[in-house]
Design a protein around this ligand. Structure first.
Ligand SMILES: [Mg+2]
Ligand SMILES: [Zn+2]
Length: 206
């Protein structure tokens, strides 16, 4: 099984459109945020599948077609890959808020689909986003969560990690992962000692 880092797109990978009812509809409007390719490359090196999960109801609104959105994502992946940052999958919800669908975050449909297709163990994975919806989505499927704070925003949703950028979030996540690995190694050493001890006793007895 793989571990994954699920990344929200707008406000995490690229600069958000100026207001809530504006959308990125052309490549020229995609401004990749500072540190993003370094952050994704670090996740690649640490063995995470990097999977984008994005609400894009601009499709339902008819502001761009699914093909146009796919080509923006293709170009985003290509540009990042050219810098050594590999995205393993891009999922988006094209639906409106009503009627409810199973994929619009905080619904967990995209994470479940990605987990099936990429053999992901959700409990060893992270959801990284800039809204409390992202944190809630991760929570619902048993991921740990990282919240990127927008300027002047305060944190809600109680994420495991709080950061000002994707790079800062990833650096913190890797520190958390290291400390988990350390604890597991200490646990392994302890259980080895126990079994050595058991062996010694058997030898002494004999
Ligand atoms: Mg966002
Ligand atoms: Zn949907």
């Amino acid at each position: 099984m793989n571990k994954a880092a699920f990344l929200d797109r707008d406000g995490v990978i690229n600069r958000k459109a100026p207001t809530e009812d504006e959308y990125i509809t052309r490549w020229e409007e995609m401004h990749i945020l500072p540190g993003v390719f370094e952050a994704i490359a670090l996740l690649n090196q640490a063995g995470f599948r990097v999977i984008v999960v994005s609400n894009q109801r601009c499709i339902a609104k008819g502001l761009l077609t699914a093909n146009e959105l796919d080509s923006i994502h293709q170009r985003m992946c290509n540009e990042l890959a050219a810098l050594g940052a590999n995205i393993d999958g891009v999922y988006y919800c094209p639906h409106e808020e009503q009627p409810p669908c199973s994929c619009r975050k905080p619904e967990p449909g995209m994470l479940f689909a990605a987990a099936r297709e990429h053999q992901v163990d959700l409990s060893s994975s992270w959801m990284i986003g800039d809204s409390d919806k992202d944190v809630e989505t991760g929570r619902r499927v048993g991921c740990r969560t990282a919240r990127i704070l927008r300027p002047r925003a305060n944190a809600d949703g109680n994420p495991d990690v709080l950061a000002r950028s994707l790079l800062e979030a990833v650096q913190q996540i890797l520190r958390v992962e290291e400390s988990v690995n350390d604890r597991q190694e200490i646990g392994a050493v302890r259980s080895n000692r126990r079994s050595n001890h058991a062996v010694n006793r058997v030898v002494t007895k004999g």
